[in-house]
Design a protein around this ligand. Structure first.
Ligand code: NDP
Length: 295
């Protein structure tokens, strides 16, 4: 058996195009473009790449992008003051504080300062709570992107057994909440879980968000299952070269799964596309407009 490859790159391009097409109607109704402010503290190379790609994608979608690049020595108070100021800025619809922050700064305190109406990453307690009780709110980008891919692939998810490996607040937990909302039977696994391969073997849907290269092997999977690999890990392949791999061992998984996201080109591109989508949705909600259909 050779699994169908779930093409997140193409799906994400379509979503970005649809977001871009909805921007002019917002601009003519409000007299301004939706705006996303991204805050980066320090010089972390990976974060710099992410912030650059987010800014570029925002502009390509026809929205305003504002970048605040602060030195690593920025104090927590100064960062919180900036986040609050962005909360009051009428031209800003989305606020994204790029994580991780330097160790001297308490991430939770900074996230708590984000206006939930502009929390396009869905990280505030207010938005996490809305997701938990099934209310409308802004949902973390990566899990929402995964759900979009799953629904596109499988249609109705009702009754499927989904095993989510990973329980972080920004990926695993919201992923599990979203799947529960879609009427899946959800198992959440983590580093203390016993007998992980046997649990994964029961899953119709496996979502891997662990951060351990190629940990989930093909011989763990139920034949025909759908595998969403969120992991992004860089491994050395000899000769001083490296490559990106997921949390799933792609080659062996392909022999057993029915469908699988590749790394790169699966979940990764969805994260930025959903960020743009969330910014557009936040802008509409702040302006008292209905969100565009089909996003
Ligand atoms: P975290 O490190 O915050 O969480 C990892 C989770 O995996 C934890 O819940 C941990 O359990 C669990 N875990 C660790 N080891 C094992 C194990 N041996 N067996 C089972 N579970 C285990 O990572 P994130 O959730 O932030 O990210 C997960 C992965 O997704 C990373 O590779 C990251 O790079 C990637 N990622 C990709 C994104 C994208 O756009 N594609 C966006 C965000 C993340 P415990 O809680 O017990 O410690």
């Amino acid at each position: 058996m050779s699994a169908e490859i779930i093409d997140g790159k193409t799906f994400a391009e379509r979503l970005r195009r649809r977001v871009g097409e909805a921007v002019p109607a917002f601009a003519s109704a409000t007299g301004r473009k939706p705006g996303l402010a991204v805050v980066l503290v320090g010089e972390d190379p990976a974060s710099q790449v992410y912030v650059r790609s987010k800014g570029k994608a925002t502009v390509e979608a026809g929205m305003e992008s504002v970048e605040h690049r602060l030195p690593a020595a920025t104090t927590q108070d100064a960062l919180i003051a900036l986040v609050r100021q962005l909360g009051e800025d009428e031209s800003v619809d989305g606020i994204l504080v790029q994580l991780p922050l330097p160790p001297s700064i308490d991430e939770k305190a900074v996230i708590a300062a984000i206006d939930p109406a502009k929390d396009v990453d869905g990280f505030t307690v207010a938005n996490a709570g809305r997701l938990a009780v099934g209310d409308e709110g802004l949902v973390p980008c990566t899990p929402l992107g995964c759900l979009m891919l799953l629904k596109d692939q499988l249609g109705d998810l009702t009754g499927l057994h989904a095993v989510v490996v990973g329980r972080s607040n920004i990926v695993g937990k919201p992923m599990a909440q979203l799947l529960l909302k879609e009427n899946c039977t959800v198992t959440i696994a983590h580093s203390r879980t016993r007998g992980l391969p046997a649990l994964v073997a029961q899953a119709d849907v496996v979502v891997a968000a662990v951060g351990r290269p190629q940990m989930i092997r093909g011989d763990w999977l139920k034949p025909g299952s759908t595998v969403i690999d969120i992991g992004i890990n860089r491994i050395q392949i000899g000769g001083g070269n490296s490559k990106l791999v997921g949390d799933v061992d792609f080659d062996t998984a392909c022999e057993v799964a029915g469908a699988i996201t590749p790394v790169p080109g699966g979940v990764g591109p969805m994260t930025i596309a959903v960020l743009l989508r969330n910014t557009l949705v936040a802008a509409h909600a702040r302006a008292g407009l209905a969100a565009p259909e089909g996003l």
